[in-house]
Design a binder for this molecule. Structure first.
Ligand SMILES: Nc1nc2c(ncn2[C@@H]2O[C@H](COP(=O)(O)OP(=O)(O)OP(=O)(O)O)[C@@H](O)[C@H]2O)c(=O)[nH]1
Ligand SMILES: [Mg+2]
Length: 370
């Protein structure tokens, strides 16, 4: 007999006590204990929360479509969370179709790691333009940090302004910080800490999680669609820790002559092909080591050192790591070349350059943000 369905408060999955290898498994005694406290977590969440160990499960694209379709049929406020370091990888394909006539606000998360020298206004302007390109018409675009309590006030005000006694769906691709954001809101409004499971692994939340609001409506966390263009999919646990910046990024300045190359660990490569000697500024996680070589020797250098001097990837990940693919650009004005999910390099003078990223990960240019 099926008992009444109970969902894991950490990831939304339906709890079951019979099949240890299957999704939602929770030992019976843990379930009973959880019911007493009113907070049931599945075993996968338990391991993730206490040991940072991930048990891989993959939702299918159909699961996401079903969820997105459901949102399309609701009268609700939609909050689309994107990662400002991975904007291209971080847009849900076709989201505009599911949003329909519902009001949408766009939230650029992880602003805590953005150097203070960058202008927030330029960043939101850029986000707004990309949103329009993707067919989205956000009522507002806001930068925030799910890690900073003081950043929540403005977001909560916006949500209240546009919600108008409706449910609020938080949507976005995996790893942009949706659950962390909701946890911060719960902490601010109800004083409960870390209710929902979050992790640096893609694919943490598995189903809808409904958090009651005070007017009988809900704030709803959703699983993030897995976007194959995200750098995170090609890296293991330890590397994810390195590439995800924890602190404000310290820009690193390089004076380069033409025909010089920079390697961002073994994850990406930047070639200065033609132009005057000038300064190039790298905005990537502080823990990523940058190496300079001659362009003519760069291919050899990479072959020889990837997984060694050039990490991540780690030595045992090199075999599976995609080859780097080259994109060439002719730069006329101050421009950022963005390596999706990793960061960017600002080019200050006209130049011909090439950016290389693992196959599948985007390299794009945008007007400089400084
Ligand atoms: N620096 C920084 N990191 C953040 C922020 N918000 C979330 N993160 C980190 O981003 C990673 C992913 O966060 P989650 O909240 O699990 O992301 P999610 O969007 O819920 O992911 P799924 O459940 O897989 O869809 C975690 O390592 C978080 O600590 C932020 O504002 N700043
Ligand atoms: Mg989540």
């Amino acid at each position: 007999m099926n008992e009444e369905t109970i969902h894991c408060i950490g990831c939304g999955v339906v709890i079951q006590t019979d099949e240890p290898q299957e999704l939602g498994y929770t030992p019976k005694n843990a379930l009973e204990k959880g019911m007493e406290n009113g907070e049931v977590y599945c075993q996968r969440c338990f391991r993730l929360r206490h040991y940072n160990e991930i048990q891989d499960v993959h939702l299918t694209d159909d699961d996401f479509l079903r969820l997105l379709n459901e949102i399309g049929q609701k009268d609700a406020l939609i909050v689309n969370v994107v990662d400002i370091f991975d904007f291209y990888g971080a847009l849900i394909p076709g989201l505009h179709r599911f949003v329909g006539d519902n009001p949408l606000i766009m939230v650029g998360n992880k602003v805590d790691i953005l150097p203070k020298s960058l202008k927030r206004g330029k960043m939101t302007q850029w986000m707004r333009e990309r949103a329009h390109e993707a067919g989205l018409r956000p009522l507002d675009v806001l930068l925030t940090s799910a890690r900073k309590p003081q950043e929540m006030t403005q977001l909560l005000e916006l949500i209240e302004k546009y919600r108008d006694h409706r449910d609020v769906y938080i949507v976005g691709v995996t790893n942009v910080g949706k659950s962390t954001l909701i946890n911060q809101i719960i902490k601010q409004t109800a004083g409960v800490q870390d209710l929902i499971t979050t992790s640096r692994f893609p694919g943490t939340t598995l189903d809808k999680i409904e958090i009651p609001l005070d007017d009988g409506h809900f704030l709803i966390d959703t699983p993030g669609i897995i976007h194959r263009h995200q750098m995170a999919h090609y890296l293991g646990d330890k590397d994810l820790k390195i590439i995800a910046p924890h602190k404000e990024i310290k820009p690193k300045v390089y004076q380069l002559n033409p025909e010089q190359t920079l390697f961002l660990g073994g994850l990406a490569r930047f070639d200065f092909i033609k132009g005057e000697r000038s300064s190039f500024v790298a905005y990537v996680a502080n823990d990523i080591e940058i190496h300079r070589t001659k362009l003519s020797n760069a291919d050899n250098f990479y072959q020889k050192h990837v997984g060694g001097l050039l990490q991540p990837p780690r030595p045992d990940e090199v075999a599976e790591f995609p080859e780097l693919v080259r994109f060439e650009f002719s730069i006329k004005e101050k421009t950022d070349i963005v390596f999706a999910g990793l960061g960017w390099i600002t080019i200050t003078k006209p130049a011909v350059i090439a950016g290389w990223a693992p196959r599948g990960v985007d390299v794009i240019v945008r007007k400089g943000l400084v």
